[in-house]
Design a protein around this ligand. Structure first.
Ligand code: FES
Ligand SMILES: [Fe+2]
Length: 439
């Protein structure tokens, strides 16, 4: 169709968006360049490269990248592309090595990305004036990398803004997750749940703060847990974690309205705050004691009083501080998205905390369990339904104009407002219509 800024801007109205933002492959290619090529994108947690020589191979806006720990202080992020003929240097997802050796012709790099070995010697390149020490024989660094409290983000733009400023209020969601460790440290643990969706990436990112769907889409799973819980544990004592985790997804409309949604610059948002679906879990005395010893009563109360549900760091990263899980968005094509779900351990906390996080991830985020597949089905229906000729526009006008400024510099609204979606598309439009090079 040949989109220019004017055509793209016309696809976003105050109260809705043109369906092509979800269905047109040309828009998707532009998004990879203008949104995913400019924003800070989540790469990994620093605990995934714990020691010198540790590496973690992943993607950034579909490009293969390699995170490598050089020493205690330095973590590097390279494009995973050999300086020789361009093969991916490391295919394995993670590991530890003394050198990064390309499996094709054996060129090898150290952890700073410098070439240390050229098979057959680098004299062969004398005629063109290069040798092992030349930049063109080294691994190429990703232009911008930032570490916010252990969470590593990168941008393909050399002019990326300061990460903390860019994160805005969502930085406090990360702070809260880290502060829930008595020693202020997190570790990614276990493997990942990697889940392929046959739908556009934006459906997932919108849904995390869609407070109108849970009691409908999750009725069959969560309501069943709720009813069973009431039958089997009428006095609310010794309720198993499974029931505690699943039941709140079937709360009534008032509960989700009360949780509220909060939107900020750059498309970021979170839901909940004073209360959320995580607020009713029973306490773990040993953990609470270790937190009191570490931080004192006042600070611990402050940490535990923040009960956000989902935080979205637009466009790639979502987290649940209260249960220590993250989900990472990996767009593949206009109608295919991989979602990775990771569990984090609160270093210094009893194992029971980790077990609850793992249980949560398995019950809610796994493709083979109860809640996640409900959402997957909804995204599938969205992608399929928008393929019809019934109209070009997708409605996002609910509670428009009723949002209120909040203390963190953003806007807040009742849970069922479409404000978060409008805010995401405001950021989307700004990225998509910015002049080349501007973030
Ligand atoms: S492509 Fe890597 S050594 Fe040749
Ligand atoms: Fe859901």
């Amino acid at each position: 169709m040949g989109y220019n800024s004017e055509k793209i801007a016309a696809m976003i109205r105050d109260d809705g968006v043109h369906k092509a933002v979800y269905t047109d492959p040309e828009i998707f290619d532009l998004e990879m360049e203008k949104v995913w090529g400019r924003a800070w994108i989540f790469v990994a947690h620093e605990s995934q490269v714990p020691e010198a020589g540790s590496f973690y191979s992943t993607t950034l806006a579909r490009q293969p990248v390699l995170l490598v720990r050089e020493d205690e202080e330095t973590i590097n992020l390279f494009f995973n592309r050999c300086a020789h003929k361009g093969a991916k240097v490391i295919e394995q997802e993670s590991g530890k090595s003394k050198v990064l050796r390309c499996g094709y012709h054996g060129w090898s790099y150290d952890m700073s990305g410098r070439c240390r070995h050229v098979t057959g010697g680098d004299e062969a390149y004398r005629a063109i004036g290069v040798d092992k020490s030349s930049a063109c024989m080294s691994l190429t660094k990703v232009p911008s990398v930032a570490n916010y409290r252990g969470f590593i983000f990168a941008s393909l733009s050399p002019d990326a803004p300061d990460i903390k400023t860019w994160l805005g209020a969502t930085a406090t969601s990360i702070d809260n997750m880290v502060d829930r460790s008595p020693v202020g440290r997190l570790e990614v643990t276990g493997g990942t749940l990697r889940y392929s969706h046959d739908s556009n990436w934006k459906f997932f990112v919108e849904n995390l703060n869609d407070m109108m769907h849970a009691m409908i889409a999750h009725q069959s799973s969560a309501q069943t847990a709720r009813v069973m819980g009431k039958q089997l544990f009428p006095d609310d004592k010794n309720v198993p974690s499974e029931i505690q985790i699943l039941s709140p997804f079937a709360e009534n409309t008032d509960f989700f309205e009360e949780m509220g949604v909060h939107a900020f610059e750059n498309g970021h948002s979170y839901s909940g705050g004073k209360t959320s679906i995580h607020a009713g879990y029973s306490g773990i005395p040993e953990y609470e004691e270790s937190m009191l010893n570490a931080y004192g009563k006042e600070k611990v109360e402050e940490i535990f009083s923040l009960n956000r549900h989902n935080t979205v760091v637009y466009p790639s990263f979502t987290l649940k501080g209260a249960i220590q899980t993250i989900r990472v968005v990996k767009p593949i094509s206009v109608d295919q998205t991989v979602i990775e779900s990771w569990t984090l351990r609160l270093v210094g906390a009893p194992d029971e905390m980790l077990q609850r996080s793992i249980l949560y991830c398995n019950l809610i985020n796994s493709s083979g369990n109860l809640v996640g597949p409900d959402d997957h089905e909804a995204y599938h229906r969205l992608q399929h339904g928008l393929g019809s000729d019934a109209g070009d526009w997708v409605s996002m006008g609910r509670h428009i104009g009723a949002e209120e400024p909040n203390e963190e510099g953003g806007l807040s609204a009742t849970g069922s407002s479409d404000m978060v979606f409008r805010s995401q598309f405001k950021a989307w439009k700004a990225y998509m219509t910015a002049a080349n090079g501007a973030a």
